[in-house]
Every structure is written in structure tokens, then in C-alpha cells.
Design a protein around this ligand. Structure first.
Ligand SMILES: O=c1ccn([C@H]2C[C@H](O)[C@@H](COP(=O)(O)OP(=O)(O)OP(=O)(O)O)O2)c(=O)[nH]1
Length: 143
């Protein structure tokens, strides 16, 4: 089992409980936010963490987030770097509102998992790649 140091920036949101293997972990809005259609807001998630060495975190919307709140995650997948672990490094949900909406403090608006960081990579420039070209995006058709 991995242990993660977690800091709560707000004492009014529910705390995260022990997680079964494989399950994504829900996160809560740490503020009440009113948004108009088209607004952008970095919604506070009320937590900061020291992830295990060699791991990052991915934040995704919950499947019901759009239905319940009409917001989308502006960056598609939120990337929490391992180095985002300072005392003021609170996690946020970059939200785009598609309709007028209210997100209330403690609402569960997203979920996250931790993931191993890719290995160190060095680039070697070449003039040609050896493999057969695939014919462009969509070349395999739709059926
Ligand atoms: O949905 C997100 C995405 C990122 N972050 C935090 C953690 C991450 O480590 C930091 C920086 O993210 P990233 O490197 O993806 O953003 P950037 O636009 O390149 O900003 P920076 O110049 O801070 O690296 O912002 C969040 O709280 N929520």
C-alpha cells in the first residue's frame, strides 16, 4: 500500500477515506462557485499532496459532472506534477461552464488516480523513420 501526505486547505469539505485498489478517488469543490455560460474558473479542490516518488496524478471529470453541473475540464485531463507539493500547492479544477450553473462547496466534481511517471527520454534526430507509413489519420475507415 502507498501512503500519501495530504493537506486540507479547507476544514469544511469531507476528507478522503482509504481507497480500494484500482478505484479512482473523488474530489470536492472547496468553494461555492456561480458561473455563467462561457465562464472559466479555477475551482479550488481544497487539497494538496506529496505524491509517492516517481508518480504523478491525473484528474478527470466524474462521468456525471457534465450532467450535474454543466462544466467541462478545460485541459481535458489535469496533470498534477510530483513537484506540485509545496505548502501552497492546492489542486484546482479548470472549469468551463457550458450553461449558467452553481457548484456548491463539498460537491464531488472530479476524480483522480496516481500514475507512474514515464522513464527518462533522450531524443535522437534522424532524416527518415524506418517503419511503413499508415496513410494519415482515419485511414482505416469507420467500419
Ligand atoms: O487540472 C489541473 C492541472 C494542473 N494543476 C496544477 C498541478 C500542476 O503540477 C500545476 C502545473 O500544471 P501544468 O504543468 O500542467 O501547467 P502549466 O500551464 O504548464 O503551468 P506551469 O507553468 O505552472 O507548469 O498546476 C491543477 O491543480 N489542476
Amino acid at each position: 500500500m502507498e501512503t500519501i501526505k495530504i493537506k486540507y486547505f479547507d476544514n469544511e469539505i469531507d476528507k478522503i477515506e482509504k481507497i480500494s485498489k484500482g478505484d479512482l478517488i473523488d474530489l470536492r469543490a472547496a468553494e461555492t462557485v456561480k458561473m455563467k455560460a462561457g465562464d472559466f474558473k479555477l475551482i479550488k479542490l481544497g487539497v494538496g499532496m506529496k505524491l509517492p516518488n516517481g508518480y504523478k496524478a491525473n484528474i478527470y471529470p466524474r462521468s456525471s459532472t457534465y450532467k450535474n453541473f454543466g462544466i467541462m475540464l478545460a485541459n481535458s485531463v489535469g496533470q498534477i506534477d510530483n513537484s506540485y507539493s509545496g505548502d501552497n500547492d492546492e489542486w484546482r479544477f479548470p472549469a468551463i461552464a457550458m450553461r449558467d450553473t452553481i457548484i456548491r462547496k463539498n460537491d464531488r466534481i472530479c476524480q483522480f488516480e496516481i500514475q507512474k511517471i514515464q522513464p527518462e527520454i533522450e531524443f535522437v534526430e534522424v532524416d527518415h523513420l524506418d517503419d511503413e507509413s499508415r496513410g494519415g489519420i482515419g485511414s482505416t475507415g469507420t467500419n
